[in-house]
Design a protein around this ligand. Structure first.
Ligand code: ZN
Length: 529
């Protein structure tokens, strides 16, 4: 007898093909039959009439490694139908953490991982100690983390010995099950790596059959050069390259989505293994300190805080921002487009803009920013409205662009319910299947599902997930296509999406009748074994 029979749904299989009405049977974690009308007996029947049955959604770019240990049920994601999260992105991973560099890593990750305890660990021990979760997890090791473990926060090229040590730590992480290396070349210390450093690490990836994902060097004024740098890694090594959260930040760059997409599409036409992903919002989130010129954090957070108090440093920052715009985000109309998401030491300021805060205090906005960072000990996380909605729609509307929330799994209660985080933690995938498909009509439903299932699995090299077919792992979402949608907003971000009735992970029911069952059947997917 089978475990589950999902009966009467409209099955959209994740390949991009149109849907068909089918029953689907699940046994011991796998899809065992897809038939027009099934008579196979099952312990449990799920009535999917009037609903779509699709592969579990793949969130190809997340930072849930910073919240799953606090909340393994991953509510904000699974309630949208997400069954697999790729973590360790943008160059930041919690491992490896060598004892002599632990304090630095802790300080470095504070705005990204508030509330998370970190201890010294190898990558293998980190993965082994990671808790059971409701979602499947793919780990990556971060380039910034590897650089912190070797050269620290110093702004210089690595020495030959340091590079050899980074290669060794990378190989160790890959052997321990990491899927690949992520980079965050937009910020220190990753920004101090040149192309040769990345290529040396990419050659380690190639030896292990592993992948490279990159938050590229610049997403604003030099965005196209930055994308070319990532493409060049695929060209030189043959390693699969995932360009993270494609965007055009800064008002001078708005309207460039078509040219940017063509840059990547041309590489793909040349046969290069390059993919990209995006989230369906015009607002980004980052540690506040990352908006300042890169030299500000040289030597670490303590050095930064001391520096920010000095008048001549502020004058230099002000002049550089006036000339070049914000680091990675380009020119913004004013500090009113930057608002506080999480400020661990000034929690009452969450939701206010930095423009507002400066006016209230009667100070110059940049002084306000520096003062805020000092009081919040560099731990502030902000939201920045730096993209144009037209560019976002064009990027999301491209059928081959994958979907990554760039966000952690959160919940409306408990330790991950703090502050005013980006609503994309709760809404990315529901917004795609609801707002973008139904309201904006930029994609058909099968095309949207393909982006976030079958195409994402192909980019990851997964052959037994992402498509509903016999023999595949039973990661499944059942949702009402007329109702699925995001409710989370910038003012009220801790709101679950609606419209998903059932989520199955590895054959076990995680969402049942719209409610989380509390089960934790997720697996840690390993590159090897
Ligand atoms: Zn990123």
């Amino acid at each position: 007898m089978d475990d589950l029979l999902i009966r009467g749904g409209h099955l959209i299989d994740g390949t991009g093909a149109p849907g068909r009405d089918c029953d689907m049977s699940v046994s011991t974690g796998r899809i065992v039959a897809i038939e027009r009308r099934s008579s196979r007996p099952a312990h449990r029947e799920i009535d999917a009439r009037g609903q779509v049955v699709a592969p579990g959604l793949i969130d190809i770019h997340t930072h849930s490694d910073f919240t799953l240990p606090l909340n393994p049920r991953a509510e904000s994601k699974v309630r949208q139908g997400v069954t697999l999260e790729v973590v360790g992105n943008c160059g930041f991973s919690a491992a490896p953490a060598l004892p002599e560099r632990l304090a630095m890593l802790r300080e470095y990750l504070a705005p990204s991982a508030p509330g998370l305890e970190r201890s010294e660990t190898t990558f293998a021990d980190y993965v082994a100690a990671f808790p059971a979760t409701s979602v499947n997890v793919i780990f990556q090791v971060g380039h910034n983390t590897l650089r912190l473990m070797t050269a620290g926060m110093e702004s210089r090229p690595v020495t030959a010995e340091e590079l050899a040590e980074m290669e060794r730590l990378l190989a160790e992480a890959l052997a321990a099950g990491a899927w690949g290396l992520s980079s965050g070349l937009f910020t220190a210390p990753g920004c101090h790596a040149d192309g040769a450093e990345i290529l040396a690490l990419a050659r380690v990836l190639r030896r292990h059959g592993a992948a490279y994902s990159s938050h590229v060097r610049d997403e604003a004024n030099r965005g196209r050069e930055a994308v070319r740098e990532a493409v060049a890694v695929a060209e030189a090594t043959g390693v699969h390259v995932q360009i993270a959260h494609l965007k055009l930040s800064g008002i001078d760059n708005w309207g460039g989505a078509g040219r940017m997409l063509e840059e990547i599409a041309a590489a793909r036409r040349r046969g290069l293994p390059v993919d990209c992903d995006a989230y369906p919002y015009d607002t980004a989130t980052n540690p506040l300190r990352n908006l300042l010129p890169r030299w500000v954090v040289e030597g670490g957070i303590a050095a930064m805080l001391e520096r920010l108090a000095r008048r001549e440093v502020r004058a230099r920052i002000r002049a550089e921002i006036e000339r070049d715009g914000l680091n990675n985000f380009g020119r913004i109309p004013s500090w009113d487009v930057v608002r506080i998401a999480v400020a661990p030491n000034l929690p009452h300021e969450a939701g206010r803009t930095l423009g507002e805060i400066a006016r209230r205090r009667g100070v110059d906005p940049l002084d306000g920013v520096c003062d805020f960072l000092i009081t919040d000990r560099g731990e502030t996380r902000i939201l920045i409205r730096s993209m144009s909605e037209a560019d976002v729609r064009e990027i999301i509307g491209a059928s081959w662009v994958l979907v990554g929330s760039d966000a952690n799994a959160l919940a409306t209660s408990g330790p991950t319910s703090r502050g005013k985080p980006h609503p994309r933690s709760y809404g990315t995938h529901a917004r795609l299947l609801g707002h973008f498909v139904r309201d904006l009509g930029v994609l058909t439903l099968p095309a949207a599902i393909h982006k976030t299932t079958g195409a994402a699995a192909a980019a990851l090299g997964l052959t037994d997930r992402g498509v509903l077919r016999e023999g595949s792992w039973a990661d499944v979402v059942v949702f009402d296509p007329a109702r699925i949608g995001d409710l989370a907003t910038y003012d009220d971000p801790h709101r679950y999406s609606v419209g998903v009735s059932t989520v199955v992970v590895n054959g076990e029911v995680v969402v049942d009748g719209g409610d989380h069952t509390g089960t934790l059947p997720g697996r840690r997917l390993r590159l090897t074994g």
